[in-house]
Design a protein around this ligand. Structure first.
Ligand SMILES: *[C@@H]1O[C@H](CO)[C@@H](O)[C@H](O)[C@H]1NC(C)=O
Ligand SMILES: *[C@@H]1O[C@H](CO)[C@@H](O)[C@H](O)[C@H]1NC(C)=O
Ligand SMILES: *[C@@H]1O[C@H](CO)[C@@H](O)[C@H](O)[C@H]1NC(C)=O
Ligand SMILES: *[C@@H]1O[C@H](CO)[C@@H](O)[C@H](O)[C@H]1NC(C)=O
Length: 416
């Protein structure tokens, strides 16, 4: 009886603390509280009050049955277990005394949306964790769908970061950033930058090798650990957003399909990269190619990390001049999630000059005319079964020297 009462109090405290945390988040932002935000805050407080009241009433009635008393501590146990696997330092400090355990409130928040991205999980452990999908249809927190921007950065880190910072400004609740930079490279940004502290544990990658695909999977897996991430965009250090955040967010979150470019051609660069050793799991009829720069919905992203059947075939048989980053996700998504794919990419790139690398835009080529022509396409694309002139949300590849002209035109042309 006393135990149940203790648990009930503990739970009430947790609720109150949760609400306080929400407020801390709200007040530490620089934006002014809009009318809507105030209304939402009011509703949240009101709902919390009602819930707390109902809970206290229900708890009093149930105290002899103690149903809640059995289930709840178990959930808390799981939470703190998850925390200790995240923070080896905190776990080793805990010598079994209650004083040193990590705060269970921070633990749950950290479990559903990790803020400390560095961890000591191996790829195998990380990829497995990323495939965990809740069976419950509802979340015990306010889940606002977010877009995960996954930056695959090279040694030059993120030369266009100032442009992206402008793009992200004011939308902090609706996105999360993940950066895979080569080991040892530290992205030097100020603490107020959305890129601050967003590097994930990385490994060396080689252009065209399977290690590049491993890095893409590492980005996806880390992004999947945040249960609010709903869409997953892979971008490179030379990518820019050609529309503002509102447009990009609405376009992706409101889309019924993923954007993975998928095609087949009877050419040296497509058909000839297929290896017969991949049969019977992957036949030539199933072989696909497409742009490396994909955009995925959550269940497709999870499915890719759960795949242990096809990926080893790419590791073994897709070697130069077969490039896993142009075939693995494309073939897999076409085979397993064809109906959930638009078969096109939302990242514009110009291959018109031929060769192994696309056109790179320097300071002189990065003109308002170029960006306008990418924002509104002369061709029509299909989104949710309807035609649209917005085919591309992002574009590459822009050299670091293009930053100044891009910043100069961002408000007038890209509307951010
Ligand atoms: C990071 O940037 C700041 C300001 O631009 C500069 O003073 C500092 O030297 C840089 N640090 C490194 C390690 O590059
Ligand atoms: C994309 O291709 C798949 C076959 O791989 C097909 O089932 C699907 O209908 C196509 N999607 C669109 C939007 O054309
Ligand atoms: C900035 O844009 C304006 C037009 O909006 C143009 O007149 C000016 O030359 C541009 N400056 C640079 C440095 O590109
Ligand atoms: C974002 O872009 C859309 C479409 O181009 C435009 O209608 C909207 O006003 C822009 N939003 C902001 C905040 O500039």
């Amino acid at each position: 009886m006393r135990l149940v009462a203790f648990l009930r109090d503990n739970n009430k405290q947790r609720m109150t603390k949760g609400a306080l945390d929400d407020f801390k988040v709200m007040f530490t932002r620089n934006e002014p509280l809009t009318g809507l935000a105030r209304a939402v805050a009011f509703l949240v407080i009101f709902a919390l009050g009602v819930v707390a009241g109902l809970w206290a009433a229900a708890g009093a009635r149930q105290s002899s049955g103690a149903v809640g008393g059995i289930v709840r501590p178990r959930i808390m146990q799981l939470r703190s277990a998850a925390v200790s696997s995240y923070q080896p330092a905190a776990a080793s400090a805990a010598d079994g005394t209650v004083c040193c355990r990590p705060d269970p409130d921070a633990g749950f928040t950290e479990f559903v949306a990790p803020t400390r991205l560095m961890h000591s999980m191996s790829d195998e452990e990380l990829f497995w964790r990323a495939t965990l999908v809740p069976v419950a249809s509802e979340f015990p927190f306010r889940r606002v769908p977010k877009v995960a921007f996954m930056f695959l950065a090279g040694h030059g880190a993120l030369p266009l970061a100032p442009l992206w910072e402008r793009f992200f400004r004011g939308h902090e609740e609706l996105f999360s950033i993940y950066v895979h930079a080569p080991p040892g490279v530290v992205i030097n940004v100020s603490e107020s930058s959305p890129f601050h502290g967003r590097q994930i544990p990385s490994q060396e990658t080689e252009w065209g090798k399977v290690s590049l695909m491993d890095a893409e999977k590492r980005l996806l897996a880390n992004a999947l650990l945040d249960f609010s991430n709903e869409r997953f965009v892979l971008v490179s250090e030379s990518c820019i957003p050609v529309h503002n955040f509102t447009t990009v967010y609405g376009y992706l979150v409101g889309s019924e399909q993923s954007y993975v470019e998928v095609y087949y051609r009877n050419t040296k660069q497509c058909r000839n990269r297929y290896s017969r050793w991949m049969a019977p799991d992957i036949t030539l009829r199933q072989w696909r190619k497409g742009s490396q720069w994909f955009e995925l919905q959550r269940d497709v992203a999870t499915s890719i990390l759960a795949d242990t059947r096809y990926y080893p075939l790419f590791r073994r048989y897709c070697r130069p001049s077969c490039y896993p980053d142009e075939h693995y996700v494309q073939t897999y998504v076409a085979m397993r999630h064809g109906g959930a794919n638009s078969n096109r990419t939302v990242t514009h790139v110009d291959w018109s000059t031929g060769g192994a690398h696309p056109v790179a835009y320097g300071a002189r080529e990065a003109t308002p005319e170029l960006v306008r022509s990418i924002r509104t396409s002369w061709e029509t694309c299909t989104r949710n079964g309807r035609p649209t002139s917005i085919c591309y949300l992002f574009a590459r590849k822009f050299a670091p020297e293009a930053l100044a002209p891009l910043l100069n035109m961002s408000a007038a042309v890209m509307e951010y």
